[in-house]
Design a binder for this molecule. Structure first.
Ligand code: AMP
Ligand code: ZN
Length: 111
């Protein structure tokens, strides 16, 4: 499968890892939009939020269970979590990911 994030998971493309276990991976965004900008992804390929269903939602819950620990590793307590679903919403990589943004340069709130 020609998926950038699956290649990062496989180690075919290097990444700046923050956290990894058997189910998920967190790495720094290559083009940070805030002082702290990391991405959390499931190791299982899920294309986007529209593809979350009862048979794969456990890993999504798991990501959110792990986010406090990941935030601690990033050295932040206050942060924003963003998911873009679909090209119209700005999704450029078709592998489900949650942006964690914090610190200086965090733009004005959208919602
Ligand atoms: P999105 O636009 O929501 O699909 O987010 C995709 C994110 O992946 C963007 O913020 C990119 O900067 C980031 N990105 C693209 N390629 C890489 C890479 N090789 N390593 C880390 N982050 C990347
Ligand atoms: Zn993938």
């Amino acid at each position: 499968m020609d998926c950038l994030f699956c290649k990062i998971i496989a180690g075919e493309i290097p990444s700046n890892k923050v956290y990894e276990d058997e189910k998920i991976l967190c790495f720094k965004d290559i083009a940070p939009q805030a002082e702290v900008h990391a991405l959390v992804i499931p190791k299982e390929h899920i294309c986007c939020a529209n593809a979350i269903a009862s048979d794969n939602s456990a890993v999504v819950a798991y990501i959110f269970e792990k986010i406090p620990e990941i935030a601690k590793k990033l050295g932040v307590t206050d942060y924003r979590i963003i998911n873009n679903c679909g090209e119209g919403a700005g999704q450029t990589v078709k592998h489900l990911h949650f942006h964690i943004l914090s610190g200086a340069n965090l733009s004005e709130k959208l919602v």
